[in-house]
Design a protein around this ligand. Structure first.
Ligand code: IPD
Ligand code: CA
Ligand code: CA
Length: 274
């Protein structure tokens, strides 16, 4: 199947998932649970994961899937064959609290390279899409990242893991970054953060996240002209495009400066303010 046909099919699947998410919020009748200690998961996350996985199996039989809730087997992150990477609800806490900043994220990779990414925000009816080498779009209109060229005038997003004991080094980073940028956002959906870098609603984003959080959004940001990469060299054995530790995605002219600030925070150095 051609990539454009795949994209159309993926859009249909994401819209169905979006309908489920909207209906679940209207009905307000879903259970909450916790996985791994403090990570919230609702029965809607699981139901949407199941729906998307079944739709992929139906339309693309035999292709491997990595889905956050029901098939989170990271050993699939290799440079082999086709792989689907799915986050049924990115922004679960937002979903549970009634916020609009929620997305379905679906990526399709071949040999470790993401070919198609889609991120659909059902409460905003915003659909971000990208096909590798063909640019990125929001609701069918081409998007480009911001032209920010000064970190001091840049809006930067990040996030924090659910595990509270992992937050201290990130607070150190935040403490550095907030002194060097215009302001910080913590919007609660990594997939949308990346798309928002792609369309200029943010100038930059850094975080460590899981493959399903960022695989689609990273392609969208890059196809929109953002510079994508990592704060540090990636380990061997996992394709870079599927490695979520220390991501740094920004308007090209501020990528280096933001990276320097975050690395200085990690090293315990103070960068002089301009
Ligand atoms: C979370 C969101 C959040 C990020 C967390 C992710 P979830 O995904 O993307 O912005 O900071 O690290 O786990 O749990 O809502 O799918
Ligand atoms: Ca997520
Ligand atoms: Ca999720």
């Amino acid at each position: 199947m051609e990539r454009r046909q795949r994209l159309e099919q993926m859009i249909q699947i994401a819209r169905e998932a979006g309908d489920m998410i909207r209906q679940a919020r209207e009905a307000q009748d879903f259970s909450h649970q916790y996985k791994g200690g403090d990570e919230l998961v609702t029965e809607v996350d699981v139901a949407v994961d199941r729906h998307i996985a079944a739709a992929i199996d139906h339309h693309f039989p035999g292709e491997a899937k990595l889905t956050e809730e029901l098939a989170p087997d990271r050993s699939q992150l290799t440079e082999k064959g086709p792989l689907w990477i799915v986050d049924p609800i990115d922004g679960t806490v937002n979903f549970a609290y009634g916020h609009a900043h929620v997305a379905v994220s679906i990526a399709w990779a071949i040999e470790g390279e993401v070919q198609i990414g889609i991120v659909y925000a059902p409460f905003l009816d915003e659909l971000f899409t990208a096909v590798r080498g063909e640019g990125a779009e929001l609701n069918g209109q081409s998007i480009t990242c911001s032209t920010a060229d000064s970190l001091e005038r840049s809006l930067v997003a990040t996030g924090f893991p659910y595990a509270r004991d992992k937050r201290a080094p990130l607070i150190r980073r935040l403490n550095h970054v907030v002194h060097h940028c215009r302001d910080i956002r913590r919007n609660g959906s990594a997939a949308l953060d990346l798309c928002h870098v792609g369309c200029g609603r943010l100038d930059a984003y850094y975080e460590s996240v899981s493959p399903w959080d960022f695989a689609a959004g990273l392609l969208i940001a890059r196809e929109a002209g953002a510079r994508t990469g990592h704060l540090y060299a990636c380990p061997d054995g996992i394709p870079e495009e599927l490695y979520g530790e220390n991501l740094l995605v920004a308007a090209p002219a501020i990528h280096q400066a933001l990276g320097d600030v975050v690395r200085a925070a990690d090293a315990g150095k103070r960068l002089e303010l301009d």
